[in-house]
Design a protein around this ligand. Structure first.
Ligand code: NAD
Length: 241
């Protein structure tokens, strides 16, 4: 397989970093758009400091990558934040910031890349949604709404950009990343594991595998769908039990 140009947002940490490794290990050219510089031992591909909420910067960066490499083959819009808060305690500023990163950030990156993919008549637009986009969870109302928006965006663009450009989302359940671990006490960690049929959190590499599959030719008839990778959490419909 020829090396692809794969643009991933938020690949300095967690799921994005594992995904960058998965593509780089396969010989693809990975470009990481992240606000933070990856730790030296985590540097995969090329890091371009980018704030996904800066629409013009995202477009200029993607245009630059396309010009240099000749194509944008795969995009993984992954940068995202979450904060545990009761709905009535959320400030307008906090909600707008979360929506700006989790929703507008995906739109900015997908739009910038889609322009090149439409011209090239091929490409795959992927994003990290969440099980929270399909089921309710208390204390994450804004986050859950943001992930449902990403799923809706993906479905609509699957229609608008067909037949040449595909879209898909990976919806992870609980994944053991620095962001996730920071939110837990040891007691909470054990409690959450007990709610997951697999009885553990996912390893970020297990989410990366789903992205790698969706980007591949093996997934060429899949578009507009989400691949839920949650250790069985949503299977029984008891996600928030
Ligand atoms: P993480 O905090 O480890 O990584 C997120 C990365 O995004 C960081 O490197 C951060 O610098 C970057 N980022 C944040 N804001 C940015 C911005 N404005 N511009 C550019 N980069 C920015 O988090 P993670 O757990 O790996 O989460 C990655 C994605 O997976 C998010 O969209 C998250 O909502 C989703 N997700 C995570 C879990 C989980 O359990 N960890 C579950 C479901 C979905």
């Amino acid at each position: 397989m020829n090396a692809r140009t794969v643009v991933i947002s938020g690949a300095s940490s967690g799921i994005g970093l594992a995904t960058a490794r998965r593509f780089a290990d396969a010989g693809d050219h990975v470009v990481n758009l992240d606000l933070s510089k990856p730790a030296a031992e985590d540097a995969v591909g090329r890091w371009i400091k980018t704030d996904v909420t800066d629409w013009d910067a995202v477009r200029a960066t993607v245009d630059g990558v396309a010009e240099e490499s000749g194509s944008i083959d795969v995009v993984v819009a992954n940068a995202g934040i979450s904060l545990r808060r009761t709905f009535v305690d959320m400030t307008e500023k906090d909600i707008r910031q979360l929506m700006d990163i989790n929703v507008m950030g995906v739109m900015a990156l997908w739009q910038a890349a889609a322009r090149h993919m439409i011209k090239a008549r091929r490409g795959v637009l992927l994003a990290t949604a969440s099980t929270n986009g399909s089921a309710g969870y208390p204390y994450y109302a804004d986050y859950n709404a943001s992930k449902a928006a990403v799923l809706a965006l993906s479905r609509s663009l699957a229609l608008e950009l067909a037949p040449h450009v595909r879209t898909a989302c990976v919806s992870p359940g609980y994944v053991m990343t620095p962001m996730q671990r920071a939110e837990y006490t040891d007691e909470m960690f054990a409690e959450v594991n007990a709610k997951i049929p697999a009885n553990r959190h996912a390893d970020p590499a297990e989410i990366a595998s789903a992205f790698f599959f969706l980007a591949s030719d093996d997934a060429r008839f899949i578009t507009g769908q989400q691949l839920i990778v949650d250790g069985g959490e949503l299977a029984g419909g008891t996600a928030s039990a």
